[in-house]
Ligand binder design. Sequence first.
Ligand code: NAP
Ligand code: SF4
Length: 686
Amino acid sequence: MQTSPGTSLYPNLLSPLKVGRTTLRNRMIMGSMHTRLDMEENGLAKMAVFLAERARGEIALIITGGYAPNAAGLIEPGGPILTEHAQALELRRITEAVHRYDGKICLQILHSGRYARQEECLGPTDIRSRINRFAPRAMTSAEIEQTISDYVRCALLAREAGFDGVEIMGSEGYLINEFTVLRTNDRSDEWGGSAENRHRLPVELTARVGAAAGQDFIIIYRISAIDLVEGGATGDEIVSLARKVETAGADILNTGIGWHEARVPTIAYPVPRGAWRFAAARLKRAVGIPVVASNRINTPDLAEEILATGDSDLVSMARPMLADPLFAKKVREGNAGKINVCIACNQACLDLIFSNRSATCLVNPRACRETEFDEGPAAKPRKVAIVGAGAGGLAAAAEASRRGHRVTLFEAADCIGGQLNLARAVPGKAEFDEMLRYFSGQIEDGGVDVKLNASPTMGDLSHGGFEAVVIASGVHPRVPAIAGIDHSKVVFYNDLLSGKKRAGHKVAIVGAGGIGFDVAEYLCHSQPGEGPKVRGQDISAFQSEWNIDASLTLAGGLTGDPLGPRKSPREITMLQRKATRPGLGLGVSTGWILRSSLAKRDVKIVAGVTYQRIDDNGLHILVDGVPRVIEADTIVICAGQVSNRGLFDELRAAGIEAHVIGGAKQASELDAMRAVEEGVRIAQAL
Ligand code: NAP
Ligand code: SF4
């Protein structure tokens, strides 16, 4: 057999694995994701295109989002369910699309238990979860038996639909996980009490589904490898359950990390890469079947290292498959450096899902909307100028050059990246550097002519022979009208995060939006007088920050309250004029992490203020009409942005084809997600 160029660098990642009678072509799995795509009109057709693209990208095995085995198990009304023959026939569309590209696909069976966002939700007992307004009703023994039968029916229907197997979702705090731990199971019948009884449901499910589905059907059990909630399982209990499901017939043991109600981040950018491999490694040592490591594995180098050290046999990557459908193919072809890496921002995937929209990806707006974008070249190559090499300009330049346009990219600074260059100072956000690396490679491959330290004038653009101009010149920080704004204590956020200026011990932050919170987080993790450093990949610091017990001796894998107080190197006060709760605009899946981190460090947040002046004593404000002075050594201004778009208006007035994107178009919602999408869409339209 011919060796692929990537094999010498990634021998473990690219080696096939036999599972039962099926052979997986490599060790990369696309983990289960609820994208909401299947809830759209023509959802299954779109899903088929989405999954086919990942199979074409050579992922070995795809696990679908969760399908409920019965109505009570639905995550929400209208969610994915598999209970009927007709549904199985429809799902054939998906399995055939994946098999066309030699991929394997398993259907995840998910009973949401007490997380179901519906009136009639069920659980082992009636203990309500703090993240669901609906309280569960305790299941009767007959309902438990019926649920097992429903899982079997679901697996048989999955088989009929052409799936290669099923994943029994036993983690993240859903029904099965709820049965396994004392936190949510205080039953006194054969389904509760001793660990033996609490483990009965997953063991019965695995055995009965396996027996019904037959030998040539893959059974994956997704175990909660660490619960991260008080009253969760100990490491010994988890190992004991793993061994039981292995004996019951599971072919693969996938790992889930943390319950949805855990107060520990598990996948967002503050979690270091590979932070949870220890949990998979414990199970790998305990069982003989292949074990999958999951969560925060986003590069082939890390994945290869996890396999090479024997921590797992397979790696699961869910969001990285949104970011780059061709991930595995690029690894095999020796093009790993061209992978569009998931930066764990959650902005366009989880945060959209939580606001009832379909997922996509900040770094790859095509994700889940494959049918809306044209992969081919432009009908007529044109000479295009793009002004500004921030997120939007880079995305536009990459896509326009890919389509065959001749692109000149002007950037006023001495490097590309714009505001992306500020992100790396914020703990965990150095992941944004991956975006810069990827787009730099794309524009290089596309032959884009990059002109740094260049601010083209109207004359340069109109005489340069450009047939279209894209203005992506971004923003500049707003200067609020506060008396004393020129005082030496005042520092603008961009100067602080870029390292041009330093902050002292007592800091006031004017503005409590996304950037205000990021600045506060940066200040909480740097000493007064110290400049920016890349932080956030230190696993032991992460464990100690969130009280994680990596030995799993203690229940739930926690050494104490994850939100307990921490020392801060500074006294920080954040301020905003609105009386509303600060941080409302933060991402749903990441905002709570930032808020918790700042609260642990006693950062004060004052809303409803009127700014009066800045002087040697600090920042003078009124709160409810009462004067106050925030004694501060440094006052950091994070008061939003103003667009740089003068050139666009001039070009339009002169009758030149001009487009404006990103912050230059709308500063009030300056946002990398919108900028990248607008960049790609405008390049598609050129
Ligand atoms: P932002 O979220 O709109 O916040 C601007 C802040 O400045 C607000 O607190 C606003 O509150 C205050 N402000 C506005 N005009 C002011 C004025 N004239 N004087 C004093 N204060 C003023 O903008 P941002 O913080 O610059 O963030 C930009 C964008 O990036 C946002 O869309 C944000 O969501 C996104 N972002 C998100 C994150 C994250 O989620 N972690 C991180 C970075 C950036 P008052 O008007 O009430 O005073
Ligand atoms: Fe990853 Fe962010 Fe894309 Fe989600 S939106 S897949 S977290 S890069």
